[in-house]
Ligand binder design. Structure first.
Ligand code: ADP
Length: 159
């Protein structure tokens, strides 16, 4: 059985992530979507809120399991029996960071490989941080995130 592992902060999950996730779910028998605890990034949503949102958005995809991650990605992959990490690539600006991350992961654990999926053009500008910023100033984020996420964001900003 081929098992994949898609890690992210998902603060919040966007249509860009969803695009990568649905495509990755077709490549693997089972796909773990791992929500990182990541306190360094000082997330808008708590880990539990991010896990719950990701779960609600992905509820209809059967071969996906949403988990929380507090440990190194490669260690978590080994624990869960995943052979591949999945990452999404937007513009060239993602490349440097992803190249570094991949090199470090390969150094720590050569048996876990990373596969990259290119985003669809229409999501290439989309990031969780731009959604958060737009929402903070009352902008319309309905074409970037599912309704359930939009409602949760509105609530966060007291609307
Ligand atoms: P991280 O903190 O690990 O970068 P993110 O939640 O920001 O977590 O992103 C998780 C993964 O999803 C990364 O591989 C990122 O490049 C990818 N990603 C984010 N937004 C998009 C998008 N619009 N299209 C494709 N991939 C994306």
């Amino acid at each position: 059985m081929k098992v994949g592992y898609y890690p992210g902060t998902f603060d919040p999950i966007t249509y860009g992530h969803l695009d990568i996730i649905t495509r990755a779910a077709n490549l693997f028998d089972k796909l773990y979507v791992a929500v990182s605890y990541n306190p360094i990034k000082n997330p808008l949503f708590t880990t539990q809120e991010r896990v719950d949102l990701v779960k609600s958005v992905l509820i209809s995809i059967e071969n996906i399991e949403v988990v929380e991650s507090k440990i190194l990605t490669v260690e978590h992959c080994k624990q869960l029996g995943a052979s591949h990490i999945v990452r999404g690539l937007r513009a060239v600006t993602d490349y440097d960071y992803e190249f570094q991350l991949n090199s470090i992961n390969r150094e720590i654990s050569s048996e876990i490989d990373t596969v990259f999926l290119m985003t669809q053009g229409k999501y290439s500008f989309l990031s969780s941080s731009s959604v958060r910023e737009l929402a903070q100033f009352g902008g319309d984020i309905s074409s970037f995130v599912p309704d359930i996420v939009r409602i949760a964001i509105d609530k966060k900003f007291g609307r």
